[in-house]
Design a protein around this ligand. Structure first.
Ligand code: SF4
Length: 370
């Protein structure tokens, strides 16, 4: 099994908190799509003999691509890969792109899952971080997508936004529940270096959410979503039964994936490859990627990072078989103090974070790495 990721590094405007790789010069879009299609053909052997189960258009803003542009990418994919067993094709969308005519066009493509970047249902919060849509617009487009037959929709929400309180975040969760979507990704705001929100913070235009408030918001998300039938299957992800993201689950399970486009990463079990974060250089398809051959320790660390984030945790029996006693002992020894203070637990063969441990996952994961 394997997955394909397609990166679309364009946005109409920049959100103040964002440090993802994307640009606002949309004039480069058609040149970029030509290069993307060439790269798909060049790399058709990367996943040879593996069944492609999922495709994911991420960004940036993939919903900036027109119906014709998306169709032409699908045409190229079909010419180079067997997509007959592909089960999930996701398009990341921004609410302001989802007009009535665009949504009905999307329905004619093989896309069967939409991941909509709502972030908040509060206009003040949205405006301050320079999102281009209003709360009403987000609600209307989710309903429009549902009316057009999309029955696998994920919504992204952020907690810890400027001016957000526990009450306003709870109101966001209630709004989301009314929309009856299948999947939710909930992220805490981080103020990254070099972003506009960092400047706004330095200029004291808002008071950042405290660590304690952030924890309360995250706990509120877990409580409200799980009571309402969502399974908390990964640190930031919640799904209705049988509606987990297959694409993201394949990353977390260590399956092979091909990433095409500027800034995209690929993994084939022995090496990791990443394309340059520079649209012009990428478009030349010259000297456009770097490869790192993975050592055993890298593969072990990757397994700890990805598997501890999942609800199931790390399969200790598998870890021992794959990496031998040296890494197994390191893992179990490093886990001891967290097992004693209730941040980790062992269920069957699996070492997993407890609900208390979820709040300190970064530290615990770091300690279990080799
Ligand atoms: S739309 Fe997404 S990728 Fe683009 S600037 Fe906003 S958060 Fe970043």
């Amino acid at each position: 099994m394997s997955a394909i990721y397609i990166h679309i590094p364009f946005c109409r405007t920049r959100c103040t908190y964002c440090d993802f790789f994307s640009g606002t010069n949309l004039q480069l879009k058609s040149q970029y799509i030509d290069a993307l299609k060439k790269e798909i053909s060049l790399r058709k052997k990367y996943l040879e003999n593996r069944t492609i189960k999922t495709i994911y258009f991420g960004g940036g803003t993939p919903s900036l691509l027109s119906y014709d542009e998306l169709s032409s990418i699908f045409e190229t994919l079909k010419q180079n890969f067997d997509l007959s067993d592909c089960e999930e094709i996701t398009l990341e969308c921004n609410p302001d792109d989802l007009s009535e005519s665009y949504v009905s066009q999307l329905k004619k493509l093989p896309i069967n899952r939409l991941s909509i970047g709502v972030q908040s249902f509060n206009d003040k919060e949205l405006r301050f971080v320079n999102r281009r849509h209003s709360a009403k617009q987000a609600i209307d487009v989710v309903r429009l997508c549902q009316k057009n037959g999309f029955n696998n929709i994920s919504i992204d929400l952020i907690f810890g936004l400027p001016f957000q309180s526990l009450e306003s975040f709870s109101a966001n969760l209630n709004c989301l529940l009314e929309l009856d979507v299948q999947h939710v990704s909930v992220y805490g705001l981080t103020i990254e270096d070099g972003t506009r929100i960092e400047q706004q913070c330095q200029q004291k235009l808002f008071v950042p959410t405290s660590e304690e408030e952030s924890v309360l918001m995250y706990q509120k998300a877990i409580e409200v979503l799980t009571i309402n039938g969502f399974e908390h299957y990964e640190i930031s992800n919640f799904a209705k039964p049988k509606m987990r993201s297959k694409h993201n689950s394949s990353y977390w399970s260590g399956l092979y994936y091909l990433g095409v486009g500027s800034g995209a990463h690929s993994y084939n079990g022995v090496s990791r490859q990443w394309n340059v974060c520079n649209i012009n250089q990428y478009c030349s398809l010259n000297d456009y990627f770097e490869v790192e051959h993975l050592l055993e320790v890298d593969v072990y660390n990757e397994l700890i990072i990805t598997n501890l984030r999942r609800l199931e945790g790390v399969d200790l029996e598998f870890l021992c078989q794959k990496f031998g006693n040296k890494y197994y002992s390191h893992c179990v020894k490093s886990a001891q103090r967290y097992l004693q203070n209730g941040l980790l637990e062992i269920k069957g063969n699996y070492l997993k974070l407890t609900s208390k441990g979820l709040l300190l996952s970064d530290t615990i994961i770091r300690d279990l790495m080799f």
